[in-house]
Every structure is written in structure tokens, then in C-alpha cells.
Write a protein that binds this ligand. Structure first.
Ligand code: LLP
Length: 426
């Protein structure tokens, strides 16, 4: 792993101790207990600035894909910076509205929108429904008609481009469930254009996540642009192109392009096509905005060296952070205080599954009671957390200089029990 502390947002070592901005992780553990998600406001602001600069002076827009991290405090910072939101559920819609987003700040993606979802989004008058199938078009048209509304739509096309990422987070290949098949796009646009309560406004694609090269973005853009020309000839005019999200980050030794490079590459392709050159571009980044702004702080509970392996058992688990077990993701993990005597350890949680690991074969000096920090954990960490093994979800704090804000209190067993009831004794 060649990731270094300098590349990890908001983190530094002071007198040997790991800090987030001006706050030591040790003091955070004392005050809020572990496991704990810790976000750095300055790191977040740096990524917000990258993307804001990237679209400054253009009519392009950034819709933060809130599935990556939907804490209200985080959403608030995006909204204040002028970002919109890419949502994929009614829950996300309600979160966006809860921080004061307007319908015109929201694009709605996802393959399985229910009628209730569509009604809620129509009521909120979302800017655009990114539609993924003909039955969804039909349902949206009927729901809009019943409400006396018109829905603005784009079609998410599946460009059949290899994003060269983990198969679970690759979405733009023709055997993925996402989008409208490329060779059916024209006829689907024609069907949409004939539906009286739909207004065709855009085209959309999202080929996958944690993409670390430019080539898949450019390839997908070219295919979308070819389609726009085809649509243009068929008399279908659009008013935006949505290139989705997917820009990767550095977890280990990846060298993803910067947002500005990706934007420049895509823009140069768009500029070359007269049918598209005037259109505003939408982007839906998630991970690249928040991954590097978050850490998961955990404590070593036990050391269990065995003849086969050394296990370092911590108090965070797969329910707090799914990425290592679900995608074989290698996340950086740093001791809060470095010590002598490094050995090779698997860092595992207390959940009753062999799949409950946070990292494999890491070399460091493990000590019972010590604190560890998983860095670059701000995206798809807390937002994918569960209550498996009846584990309350971690608290989340946001560090801003020397200030610390508790932005989600630790869940309690009482919170979980409150949702359930027993049947009467017979
Ligand atoms: N737009 C759409 C339609 C998406 O499906 C996604 C992510 C995004 C935007 C944002 O993509 P990003 O910029 O974050 O790559 N849980 C997985 C990632 C799943 C991504 C799903 N869709 C992980 O932890 O790697």
C-alpha cells in the first residue's frame, strides 16, 4: 500500500499521534466512544471546491450522489455550496428536502421506483427523472397524468462500456440491470416523446463506480454523443446530458484522474459534436466528494495470534463498514499511535462471520486497547451500515478545526427495539 498520510484528507500526525484537523482521535474516542465515524470539514470543503471550480463559469451542474454519505450535516454543506442531489429512493428525497433542497436541485435515478416514490417526487417537482425502462416510463406517465402533472425525464442508456472496476459496482455493461439497452434507445425515446405527461429533457448514463482511468468516461461519452446525434436527426432535442458519477479515489495505490481532468476530457468530446456542444452537462459524483473526508475510528479489543494467522479483533465490524468484505476493498488503516514491533495481522470485527474483516495481512504493531483509524471511509461507510448482530450503528462526528459536532448520535438498543413488537401470549 503506498497511500500516505499526506494523501488522506484532514489527517496528520502530531508528536506521533493521529489527528483529524486539530482534534486528536484519542480525545474523540474518550468523548464519543468507538466505533466512530469522523468527518473532516476542511477535507470535504477541498473536494467541494474541486468540483465547484470544475463547473464554475459554465451552465454545468453537480448533483451529489447522496448514497455515498447521506448525513444531514454533510448534505447541508453540499446544498450551501450550490450542489444539487442525485437521489435513488424516497428516503433520499426526504433527506434532500429536509436540508432545504428544492425539486429543481434534484435528479432521481434508480431502476425500481415504486408508484409511491414517483408520486412523492412529482409532488416535489424534481428536476429530472432518470428513467431506466419502458414500464417505468409508462408508470411515470400514468402517475403524472393522475396528479395532473408533467414529468421531466431523461433516459439512462446503457452504453455497454467496461468501467474496469469491481463487478458489483460496474453498471454500464449490457448484462447489468441498469439503463436502457443502447440499441433500443432511439425507439424508447420515441415512445417517451409520445407519452402526454412526460417531457423528454435529457440523456443519462452511469457506467460504474471507483473508475480510476479516463478511458471509460471518454468511451461512454462518445457513445452517448453518437446517440444524441441519432436523436437529433430523428427530431428529438434534449436540454442536458447527465454523465453520472463514478470517479474513483485513492485507497491504496490507485491514481485516479482529478475531477478537472475528467471534466476536461468529457468536455472536449462534447465540444466536437454540434448537436451536443451547447448542452449543459450534469455530473453525479458521490465517492470522489466524500471518501477521503471520513475515518472510522475503532479500538483493538483482543489480539489472537494463531498458528495460521494473527487476528487483531477490533470493535468495528462489517456492519459498520461493508466495503472490505463486499468488494474485497483495501482500505487504509493506521494506528493512532505507532509503536515498535510490527507483525502481520488480519483486522477483524466481532460479528459471527468469517467474512467479518476490515483488512487482511496488514503489518503494524498491534496492542490491546490501542486505537486504529480506517481512513478514506467517508463514502459508502455509514450509508451502508446495518444492525447485523443487533449492533447499534456508530455515531458520526464532524470536525471543523478544533470544533467537533456530533452529527449523528450513537444508536441504542432501545432505538432498535422501539420498531418491533411481540405477538400477544395465547
Ligand atoms: N449516479 C448513479 C446513477 C449511481 O448509481 C451512482 C453510484 C452514482 C451516481 C455515484 O457514483 P460514485 O461517484 O460514488 O462512484 N457501494 C459501492 C459503490 C456503489 C455505487 C452505486 N452507484 C462501494 O462502496 O464501492
Amino acid at each position: 500500500m503506498s497511500v500516505t498520510i499526506e494523501t488522506l484528507g484532514g489527517l496528520s500526525r502530531r508528536n506521533g499521534e493521529l489527528f483529524c484537523e486539530n482534534v486528536s482521535f484519542r480525545s474523540l474516542a474518550e468523548r464519543f466512544a468507538t466505533p466512530l465515524y469522523v468527518y473532516s470539514r476542511s477535507a470535504l470543503q477541498a473536494r467541494i471546491d474541486d468540483w465547484s471550480r470544475g463547473v464554475a463559469g459554465t451552465s454545468d451542474r453537480v448533483f451529489y450522489a447522496m448514497k455515498a454519505n447521506n448525513n444531514l450535516a454533510v448534505l447541508d454543506l453540499f446544498l450551501r455550496a450550490g450542489f444539487g442531489f442525485d437521489i435513488v429512493s424516497r428516503g433520499e428525497l426526504e433527506r434532500a428536502l429536509a436540508v432545504g433542497a428544492k425539486g429543481s436541485d434534484i435528479v432521481y435515478s434508480g431502476v425500481g421506483k415504486t408508484e409511491e416514490d414517483l408520486r412523492a417526487a412529482l409532488k416535489a417537482d424534481v428536476l429530472c427523472f432518470n428513467v431506466e425502462s419502458i414500464p417505468e416510463l409508462e408508470r411515470l406517465n400514468a402517475t403524472a397524468a393522475a396528479m395532473g402533472r408533467k414529468a421531466r425525464i431523461s433516459l439512462r442508456v446503457n452504453p455497454n462500456v467496461d468501467a474496469k472496476t469491481h463487478p458489483y459496482i460496474s453498471t454500464g455493461l449490457k448484462n447489468n440491470k441498469f439503463g436502457i439497452a443502447y440499441d433500443r434507445a432511439l425507439e424508447t425515446y420515441q415512445a417517451a416523446a409520445s407519452m402526454s405527461n412526460l417531457i423528454v429533457t435529457g440523456i443519462d448514463c452511469h457506467i460504474g463506480s471507483q473508475i480510476t482511468e479516463l478511458e471509460p468516461f471518454v468511451h461512454a461519452a462518445d457513445k452517448v454523443l453518437d446517440l444524441i446525434e441519432e436523436l437529433h436527426q430523428a427530431g428529438i432535442r434534449l436540454d442536458h446530458i447527465d454523465f453520472g458519477g463514478g470517479l474513483g479515489v485513492r485507497y491504496a495505490d490507485e491514481t485516479p484522474p482529478a475531477a478537472a481532468e475528467m471534466l476536461a476530457a468529457v468536455r472536449s468530446r462534447v465540444a466536437a459534436r454540434p448537436a451536443a456542444a451547447h448542452l449543459p452537462l450534469f455530473f453525479e459524483p458521490g465517492r470522489s466528494l466524500v471518501a477521503n473526508c471520513g475515518s472510522l475510528l475503532m479500538r483493538v479489543e483482543y489480539l489472537k495470534p494463531t498458528t495460521a494467522k494473527n487476528f487483531c479483533i477490533v470493535d468495528a465490524a462489517m456492519n459498520d463498514m461493508m466495503r472490505p468484505t463486499l468488494y474485497q476493498a483495501e482500505m487504509p488503516i493506521l494506528p493512532v499511535v505507532e509503536r515498535e514491533g510490527a507483525e502481520v495481522w488480519d483486522i477483524v470485527g466481532p460479528v459471527c462471520e468469517s467474512g467479518d474483516f476490515l483488512a487482511k495481512e496488514r503489518t503494524f504493531a498491534a496492542h490491546q486497547g490501542d486505537l486504529l483509524v480506517m481512513a478514506a471511509a467517508g463514502a459508502y461507510g455509514m450509508s451502508m451500515a446495518s444492525n447485523y448482530n443487533a449492533r447499534p450503528r456508530a455515531a458520526e462526528v464532524l470536525v471543523d478545526g478544533e470544533h467537533v459536532y456530533l452529527v449523528r448520535r450513537r444508536e441504542t438498543t432501545a432505538d432498535m427495539l422501539a420498531l418491533e413488537s411481540r405477538i400477544p401470549q395465547l
